[in-house]
Design a protein around this ligand. Structure first.
Ligand SMILES: Cc1cc2nc3c(=O)[nH]c(=O)nc-3n(C[C@H](O)[C@H](O)[C@H](O)COP(=O)(O)OP(=O)(O)OC[C@H]3O[C@@H](n4cnc5c(N)ncnc54)[C@H](O)[C@@H]3O)c2cc1C
Length: 404
């Protein structure tokens, strides 16, 4: 693969860079830094002023035509080339901004699922409002006893006339407190083998019978929620795919989610900030950036983040074929979130006891943002399937090793 860019592509990069710097500066303050430690994730959407900023940023992203460069033009996306998408990702991550504005789940995974497997009526009804950000989406998969073993889910839906009637509970639902719509996995045939009795519904979050309770994370933010369903009626036409065949639809969404999990963490930017930190503090009685152990670690992280960038470019080619990405997305998701965690843990090691000071504490280094990163980083290795599950998928479905 040739990674040099044509003059037209470089012109696209400069236009985009200028737009991103100006817009993020106007909306979030200097270079988006006002967005906090978990900029690229949805961990801090519970904060009203941050959420309003994210909505405003989304609106501008949409108006400038950047919100879904990878979607086909037919459905309002940018229909961008592979190289333009790579440039977009590079530039957005360079500033630590969210790739898909406020509607990450809709743009990176739910919209592509509907484009591939939804009815014409569903495409007409939902895709446009995902792009504008008028309808924010969340994803109701996990339940209190069904996370890694998702197919054991128990939330029930029974077809009564023209509607499914839903009862049960979901948990860890990111963004549910802000969402207008949800993709929901329900059990429609309790007697079938567990993967065969599941259906995939599009649910209006304002339907009577839905209760959303935000959960507090270890960072003090609240990005995910418990969601309860008490006789919630969902029109039959909101079924995606066939009844009892929702597992295949849910896997398509999950693959896009994992593909995005390997691309949306601004690890290179975090490593550059770590290098700045090493220039500013001492480690074992000498400037940290001169210490051989620190230098080796920083060099290793820099090499790994460059590998991540190159495999991100490679991953884009799967999207161009218009198919759902495959199990190979687990590589990117696993590597990006584990690298992000190792970088955060190393910052902790450098800071020693200062790493225990939360944001706003007296003496907290750089406003305590490394502590927040450390606390947030573990969750990202769990979301979208834990690292252990990604190892299993890579072993069994990519490398075709025997089941353990
Ligand atoms: C920040 C964040 C955001 C999230 N957002 C959403 C969301 O929007 N929507 C949603 O539906 N869910 C969401 N989740 C939930 C997430 O998908 C689950 O937490 C995840 O799938 C793990 O499930 P669990 O928490 O039930 O853990 P469990 O499945 O109970 O796992 C517990 C431990 O056992 C290990 N384990 C389990 N099975 C195996 C196995 N077969 N082999 C090896 N090890 C195994 C796991 O790796 C883990 O360490 C989110 C989670 C986080 C942290």
């Amino acid at each position: 693969m040739d990674f040099s860019f044509t003059p037209e592509q470089e012109a696209f990069r400069s236009r985009l860079r200028e737009w991103l710097e100006k817009t993020s500066g106007e909306v979030f303050g200097r270079r988006g830094e006002g967005m906090g430690a978990s900029t690229a994730s949805l961990l801090d959407v519970g904060d009203d002023s941050k959420w309003q900023g994210l909505r405003e940023y989304h609106k501008r992203l949409y108006e400038a035509g950047y919100v879904a460069l990878h979607w086909p033009k037919e459905w309002g996306g940018g229909g961008a080339s592979l190289i333009e998408q790579a440039i977009y990702q590079d530039e957005v991550l360079r500033l630590g901004l969210p790739l898909y504005g406020a509607n990450q789940l809709a743009i990176d995974r739910i919209g592509p699922t509907i484009i591939l497997l939804g009815t014409e009526q569903q495409k007409e009804r939902y895709l446009g409002q995902m792009l504008t950000g008028e309808e924010i989406w969340c994803q109701g998969y996990s339940e209190p006893n069904s996370g890694s073993d998702l197919a054991s889910l128990q939330t029930r839906a029974v077809l009564e006339g023209d509607s499914f009637v839903v009862n049960g509970q979901k948990v860890w639902t990111s963004l549910a407190q802000r969402a207008d719509m949800q993709v929901l996995l329900v059990r429609t045939d309790p007697n079938a083998p567990k993967h065969k009795g599941i259906s995939y519904l599009l649910v209006d979050m304002k339907s009577p019978g839905i209760t959303v309770r935000p959960l507090m994370q270890i960072t003090g933010e609240s990005g995910f929620n418990e969601v309860f369903y008490d006789n919630v009626r969902v029109p039959k036409e909101n079924l995606v795919g066939e009844v009892n065949q929702g597992w295949q639809v849910s896997i398509a969404t999950l693959m896009w989610e994992r593909a995005s999990g390997g691309t949306r963490h601004p690890v290179e930017r975090t490593i550059n900030e770590l290098i700045d930190l090493a220039r500013a503090i001492e480690f074992e009685g000498m400037p940290a950036h001169r210490h051989p152990y620190v230098r080796q670690k920083l060099a290793l992280f820099a090499v790994e983040s460059r590998c991540l960038r190159l495999s991100r470019y490679r991953g884009l080619s799967a999207q161009l074929k218009g198919k759902a990405p495959g199990p190979e997305t687990s590589f990117g998701k696993l590597f990006a979130t584990e690298l992000n965690l190792r970088v955060a843990m190393f910052a902790d090691e450098l800071l020693g006891p200062y790493a225990m000071l939360m944001k706003e504490s007296i003496g907290a280094v750089e406003g305590g943002r490394w502590t927040m990163r450390m606390l947030a980083a573990r969750g990202l290795t769990i979301a979208a399937g834990s690292s252990e599950i990604q190892h299993n998928i890579i072993g069994e479905r990519v490398l075709k090793l025997p089941k353990g």
